[in-house]
Design a protein around this ligand. Structure first.
Ligand code: GLY
Length: 370
């Protein structure tokens, strides 16, 4: 069964379709958007090897001609060279303002192709076909697109909403367990930031979802997308509430920078550790019940996820250096560190009012336990 989450942004509304077999039905799903039966697909080498033929056959079955560009897999693709290659390729393919570009891949492809679509001929429509859990629940929805700069991640980009998102639950079967769990870091974030009942549900069901239960996976994706859509509707360009989606991210960005954005720590793993630390900090500041951080940690452990700095292999810099890296987060405003803290599970809020010595103490304790 396919479920739909509608994102009713005025003038740019779109559906997120979630379910099994969407890749194989992509032609039927997309055909109504097309002014002419021709699309351009951009993917990466890993995803293309697994899914491109299915997508091309699905388009062809509806009489839709397609042309495809396959980029190298990995975060280093999300930079100017592959971006300009993509834009120029789309121009060579004679993609016009009324055409559709399909992003088939994880967060790197979705962000890069979305940004290419945003600037190509001053904006063409694009369809997100997210193939990682992280992309299905987070990056494919909400219109943040962009690439990395030498100065930091995602510093060049545009808000450009997709015309449609097709989240095929079947493609999650092809993920490595570590990648699935990293994406789960973003799923659990939604429960923690705004829906205590969803967190309860995850405590009961997420291990079976991780083990492969498709119905449970579809519900977890749908609820995450609903929550993201609600927040994006309130605050599309992150003037306020959208920052709630950064629960765990101030910590995470420092840990990712400290590990060189390498496979030592995947983004979603850093988010999970960051969420655990945000709840610990909230409890120490007397904001949330003392049992909440233990509950968060117990759930992450039950999922087999990283919870502490001790779970990251290799050397890490000291607490002061980590705090300094937090200060380089792009969400710093007027030099003030902004944290997402919580008054309880499902009750997050944004604040700049966090004593640095408490953050330092927490980091020192975590480092001492390594
Ligand atoms: N990934 C956070 C956001 O879309 O705002």
């Amino acid at each position: 069964m396919t479920q739909t989450v509608h994102v009713p942004l005025a003038g740019r509304e779109y559906d997120v379709r979630i379910g099994e077999g969407l890749l194989a039905r992509a032609g039927q799903e997309i055909t109504g958007l097309l002014k002419r039966p021709r699309v351009a697909i951009v993917s990466d080498e890993n995803v293309a090897a697994q899914h491109l033929a299915t997508l091309e056959a699905a388009l062809s079955a509806e009489g839709i001609e397609s042309t495809a560009l396959t980029l190298p897999a990995g975060e280093s693709t999300k930079q100017w060279p592959e971006f300009s290659r993509t834009v120029e390729w789309l121009l060579d393919q004679k993609i016009e303002r009324s055409d559709i570009v399909i992003a088939l891949g994880g967060g790197v492809i979705g962000d890069l192709v979305g940004f290419a679509a945003a600037v190509l001929r001053r904006g063409v429509r694009f369809v997100q076909m997210p193939t990682s859990l992280l992309a299905q629940v987070d990056s494919s929805v909400g219109g943040k697109t962009g690439i990395n700069a030498p100065q930091g991640k995602n510093l060049i980009g545009a808000f450009h909403q997709p015309a449609l998102v097709l989240a095929d639950i079947d493609v999650l079967d092809s993920l490595q367990p570590r990648d699935f769990l990293a994406g789960y870091g973003e799923v659990v974030k939604y429960g923690l930031l705004g829906d205590a009942k969803f967190f309860d549900w995850l405590e009961k069901n997420a291990t079976r979802a991780a083990a492969g239960d498709k119905e449970l996976r579809a519900y977890a994706v749908k609820r995450s997308v609903e929550m993201k859509a609600e927040i994006v509707l309130r605050d599309e360009t992150e003037q306020g509430d959208r920052a709630l989606l950064n629960l765990g991210h101030t910590f995470c960005h420092a840990f990712e920078a400290a590990t060189g954005y390498s496979s030592r720590l995947l983004h979603g793993e850093g988010v999970a550790i960051g969420c655990a630390m945000a709840f610990e900090l909230s409890s120490r500041l007397g904001l949330c019940p003392q049992e909440d951080p233990s509950r968060v940690r117990a759930h992450l452990k039950a999922m087999g996820m990283k919870v502490d700095l001790a779970d990251i292999d290799g050397d890490l810099p000291g607490a002061e250096a980590l705090l300094e890296l937090m200060g380089q987060d792009k969400k710093v405003v007027d030099g003030q560190l902004r944290f997402v803290l919580a008054r309880g599970i499902g009750q997050a809020f944004v604040t700049s009012d966090v004593p640095k010595d408490q953050v330092l103490k927490l980091l020192e304790e975590q480092l001492a336990n390594r």
